[in-house]
Design a protein around this ligand. Structure first.
Ligand code: NAP
Ligand code: MN
Length: 263
């Protein structure tokens, strides 16, 4: 089996990374940064997001494991004290694979040409470059509303505990193949109206955002933020691809939520 370790880069995470690398090599696993079967992320959720995007082109062949070194680590099940245990589990026991849904974002441009396709593990957010974001929101090809406000956040179930949660969105269990559309400070009065509630869309119910006036947007995909110019549409739907996590012991989602947000 081939493995790779990705560290957040601080002293504690780096120390863990070297330990994992040495122990797994001692167990005769091969270190292979290019084609790993298993990727161990050491740091926080930000590190796992980075690892996910680093190995985005081989999601079907890669399983992820997270070790958290002092950060929230919603995606990370292991702590530095357990590294010996984790290494033995990776090397000696067959592990279970748990798959979580992803968000597919397709951005098309006014002048045609190549469309941009992204996969998000947490979410995509759309904001204007200056002033109010104005966008037509279409669901399954029909106009649903014209949104005016700070922005829109389209999240995956496992991303529902991140930015989406801060926007008052619901927490979705990752066994649900769905995406959630949440508003950022929408303008609501006699003249302008949006639904106001977060929407949960099932697979195949595509959400399309179309500019009304301005065509330049600040768009984030997880931790990556880019300015997109001359945008014609932003299409969001449940991706065909999934992220695979290697599970060595049960850690139910609701327990993870409770430990992250309640105690
Ligand atoms: P960051 O600023 O470190 O992330 C903000 C916090 O979100 C960190 O505590 C991070 O945990 C946590 N987090 C990330 N994914 C999560 C998830 N799926 N469930 C629960 N918490 C999660 O930046 P980052 O580490 O690069 O992460 C990027 C993410 O930040 C974005 O995808 C977005 O969801 C989130 N964000 C949140 C807000 C907000 O809540 N108002 C605003 C902007 C962005 P770690 O400390 O373990 O990294
Ligand atoms: Mn972070």
């Amino acid at each position: 089996m081939k493995f790779a370790v990705i560290s957040k880069g601080d002293a504690i995470s780096n120390e863990c990374m070297y330990k994992i690398r040495t122990y797994l090599t001692d167990f005769r696993l091969t270190y292979d940064e290019d084609e790993p079967d298993i990727v161990i992320s050491v740091g926080g959720d930000g590190t796992l997001l980075y690892a996910f995007h680093r190995y985005r082109s081989r999601l079907e062949q890669t399983a992820f494991v997270g070790v958290h070194t002092g950060h929230l680590g919603f995606y990370a099940d292991w702590v530095p004290d357990e590294i010996e245990k984790l290494v033995i589990a990776i090397a000696k026991t067959p592990y279970q694979i748990v798959e979580y849904p992803l968000l597919e974002v397709t951005i098309r441009y006014v002048r045609g040409g190549r469309e941009a396709k992204y996969l998000a593990l947490n979410e995509c957010t759309v904001k204007s470059v200056g002033g109010t974001l104005v966008m037509d929101v279409e669901i399954r090809g029909d106009l649903f509303e014209t949104f005016r406000g700070d922005g829109l956040c389209i999240s995956t179930p496992s991303g529902s505990t991140a930015y989406n949660k801060a926007l008052g969105g619901a927490i979705l269990h990752p066994s649900l193949e769905a995406i959630q559309v949440a508003e950022m400070a929408s303008i609501n009065n006699r003249i302008f109206r949006t639904i106001g509630s977060p929407l949960v869309l099932p697979k195949h119910h595509t959400c399309m955002l179309k500019p009304v006036n301005d065509v330049d947007f600040q768009i984030t995909i997880d931790h990556l933020s880019l300015l997109h110019k001359d945008v014609k549409s932003i299409q969001c739907r449940v991706a065909d691809e999934k992220i695979r996590f290697a599970r060595f012991r049960p850690f139910p989602f609701w327990k993870r939520v409770r430990e992250s947000f309640i105690q």
